[in-house]
Design a binder for this molecule. Structure first.
Ligand code: AKG
Ligand code: FE2
Length: 344
């Protein structure tokens, strides 16, 4: 029944053509002349969540205060920095080293991952136009973990990091469901997180020698429930907050988390998917690793009854995570947003 419903929705989705990016597509967020002023972000504060307080179950006052912070951050910003997450600095350093070593491989080694077939769980690509310069590696990490075989050891490091990060992400979701007044494990159960589909996108933005090609990624939102990102050097990522772009000046050992499309759908728009973009730093090569912590591919995601009443009608069509990811002929490793198509 659910599958039929989701299939019908899928047929209703109008394909959006993917097109090459040109300067005329830059929109308000990136005016065609791309002056430095238009690309600059502001250094306002970003909310911080202390993870060690969130998991301090022996100290209810500390845990409540962390949940309160989570709640304000999700409601007023849609993003926050996580400190004291317990993932060893040394493991994070090895992740950056492994990714840099992958991107440093000869191009013919990486090209084997360029194909776009429905069965792909690893995908490599690069873009280098007038405005954008980025190389990426996408890998599915859960329920099955996939990784290129070279460089040696990358798979082990990423898998260990992925397991650690997943635990942090699940704990954050438990805090979030508490902040929303939902029963314990509500998100885990309804989104079938035991088989939750998680993927990574590793991004490599080369250093810039000129003020052009500063755009790493155009403004966008992403699918999944939460996105947990680390970056080897500060600067680059900007998140939209009340009409301003805030610089995510986070240290290599911190995690920046943002609310993504499927938490917006589940909460019927109470928590909003965070709009973000990347404007790269001119001096340093920057590697980032967001993890997209999502529902199970077969989970039907629709506004939960707790957020729907006479005054708050459902704002989104229910659709399985898999159908959402595959809308517009995208494959599930692509991770493209299609919120505008499911808004009611
Ligand atoms: O590299 C970044 O800072 C952000 C990456 C991102 O937004 C993405 O890969 O979807
Ligand atoms: Fe993104």
């Amino acid at each position: 029944m659910l599958t039929t419903c989701s299939k019908m929705v899928r047929q209703l989705l109008q394909p959006i053509e993917e097109k090459a990016i040109t300067s005329s597509d830059l929109g308000d967020a990136f005016p065609p002349n791309c002056t430095d002023d238009a690309l600059n972000g502001e250094d306002d504060e970003i909310p911080i969540v202390d993870y060690s307080m969130l998991i301090n179950f022996d100290n209810p006052a500390q845990r409540s205060s962390a949940i309160e912070n989570l709640s304000k951050a999700c409601l007023n910003y849609g993003f926050f920095i996580v400190k004291n997450h317990g993932i060893a600095d040394n493991l994070i350093t090895r992740v950056y080293e492994g990714l840099l070593a992958f991107f440093d491989l000869a191009e013919e080694e990486k090209r084997q991952y360029e194909t776009i077939s429905p069965s792909d769980r690893i995908r490599w690509g690069k873009g280098d136009t007038n405005h954008v310069s980025r190389e990426f590696l996408k890998i599915a990490a859960h329920p099955q973990f996939h990784c290129p075989t070279k460089p040696l050891g990358l798979g082990e490091v990423l898998q260990e990091y992925s397991q650690n990060l997943r635990e942090v992400g699940l704990e954050l979701l438990r805090g979030i469901e508490k902040s929303l007044g939902l029963e314990d494990l509500y998100i885990e159960k309804t989104m079938k997180l035991g088989t939750g589909y998680n993927f990574f996108t590793a991004n490599d933005y080369p250093q810039r020698l000129h003020s052009q090609k500063r755009i790493g990624q155009f403004p966008h939102c992403d699918p999944s429930l939460l996105i947990l990102l680390i970056q080897n050097v500060g600067g680059g990522l900007q998140l939209e907050h009340r009409g301003k772009w805030l610089n995510a000046n986070i240290e290599p050992s911190w995690i920046i988390v943002n609310v993504a499309d499927h938490l917006e759908i589940l909460t019927n728009g109470k928590y909003k998917s965070a709009l973000h973009r990347v404007v790269v730093n001119n001096e340093e090569r920057r590697v980032t690793l967001p993890m997209f912590l999502g529902p199970s591919l077969d989970a039907l995601v629709c506004p939960s009854p707790q957020f729907v009443d006479e005054n708050h009608p459902p704002r989104y069509v229910g659709i399985t995570y898999e159908d959402y990811l595959e809308a517009n002929q995208h494959h599930i490793i692509e991770g493209k947003s299609c919120m505008q198509q499911i808004r009611l």
